[in-house]
Design a protein around this ligand. Structure first.
Ligand SMILES: [Fe+2]
Ligand SMILES: [Fe+2]
Length: 331
């Protein structure tokens, strides 16, 4: 019901007819009606007032609530904006970190690549040095060519069988070919002598180990080669030369080369002897285990022979020699 209807209703309920009890009292006609009307008007005004008041209060409440919601919303918005800014900053920081990390890694990779190139160059230079040395040695000692190739391959096979890492296997291999470079200084008549050497001649022969080590300088690349040159005539029981080193005092590379070198010398033809059979050579090596040679390496060498590895190496070297010199090898 609207307030207009309300008011009409209230007005209609007012009884304005003269009452019987009062009709006996003379009074000004209309005064009573007026009073009643006035009274009525006041009541209507009151009601309208209180309704207006109620509406105002309701409105105030709604307004207050809306203000509260708005504030809350504004706060949340502010917080979200803050969080968004923070997130953006984090993302930028992270991107920056990733960028610098990537740059660092690229720099590192570049440095590593340069390092690889440098060490490869060093290796090539070293290998070139070896072939020059060997050329000189081969001119002097006619047996060295195939002997050195076989020794190298035997040494690599033994080192591999002992479980050494691939780079060490390679290093032992290329270093082994220089075991006799010191012989460049040994006079020809002693080197090619077909009779048993005198003590004096033998002491000259011993010198090739010391000369060889000296010739190989101080470069890290030749470190193993120096040890091999110096120690390849040492014996497991300490009765070898030039220093009389014993057991594991002798470097592993030299202990390996010693076996490969002796086996190949025995099974090759020399000015003073015929070539032994592989079986006879192996027997001699086996007999030297624990005396001349490291018994563990001898065991590995015998096993390689049993697997046919030594025979295969020997025939492969012979075949490559035939190819290189069209059958006129410098034997
Ligand atoms: Fe030697
Ligand atoms: Fe040799």
């Amino acid at each position: 019901m609207s307030s207009d209807d309300d008011t009409k209703d209230m007005v209609e309920t007012v009884d304005v007819s003269p009452r019987e009890a009062e009709s006996s009292i003379p009074q000004a006609p209309g005064a009573d009606v007026f009073r009643q009307l006035l009274h009525q008007a006041v009541r209507v005004a009151d009601m309208a007032n209180s309704q207006a008041m109620r509406m105002a209060l309701d409105f105030a409440k709604v307004y207050e609530r809306e203000q509260g919601v708005r504030k809350e919303f504004e706060n949340q918005l502010k917080q979200m904006t803050l969080m968004e800014k923070q997130a953006t900053r984090y993302a930028e920081d992270l991107a920056g970190m990733l960028r610098s990390e990537r740059e660092r890694r690229q720099e590192l990779e570049r440095a590593l690549a340069q390092e690889r190139i440098a060490s490869e160059e060093l290796r090539r230079t070293g290998l070139q040095g070896i072939s020059h040395l060997l050329l000189a040695a081969t001119i002097k000692d006619r047996t060295t060519g195939t002997h050195l190739q076989r020794v190298r391959r035997y040494v690599e096979a033994i080192a591999q069988r002992l479980g050494l890492p691939e780079d060490l296997v390679e290093e032992f291999g290329y270093s082994s070919v220089m075991h006799d470079v010191g012989k460049i200084h040994t006079p020809d008549h002693i080197l090619q002598s077909e009779h048993v050497l005198s003590d004096d001649e033998f002491s000259v022969i011993k010198q090739h180990c010391i000369d060889g080590e000296k010739m190989l300088g101080t470069a890290r690349f030749f470190e193993t080669a120096r040890a091999i040159a110096r120690e390849h005539h040492e014996r497991w029981d300490g009765k070898g030369y030039p220093d009389g080193k014993k057991g594991e005092e002798i470097s592993l590379a030299a202990r390996i080369v010693s076996i490969a070198d002796v086996f190949d010398a025995l099974t090759s033809k020399r000015p003073y002897k015929e070539a032994w059979s592989a079986e006879a050579g192996l027997k001699a090596i086996e007999a030297g285990a624990g005396e001349r040679f490291d018994p563990e390496i001898v065991a590995g060498f015998i096993a390689l022979a049993g697997e046919g590895v030594l025979e295969r190496i020997s025939s492969e070297v012979a075949a490559s020699e035939d190819e290189d010199h069209s059958g006129s090898s410098a034997k």
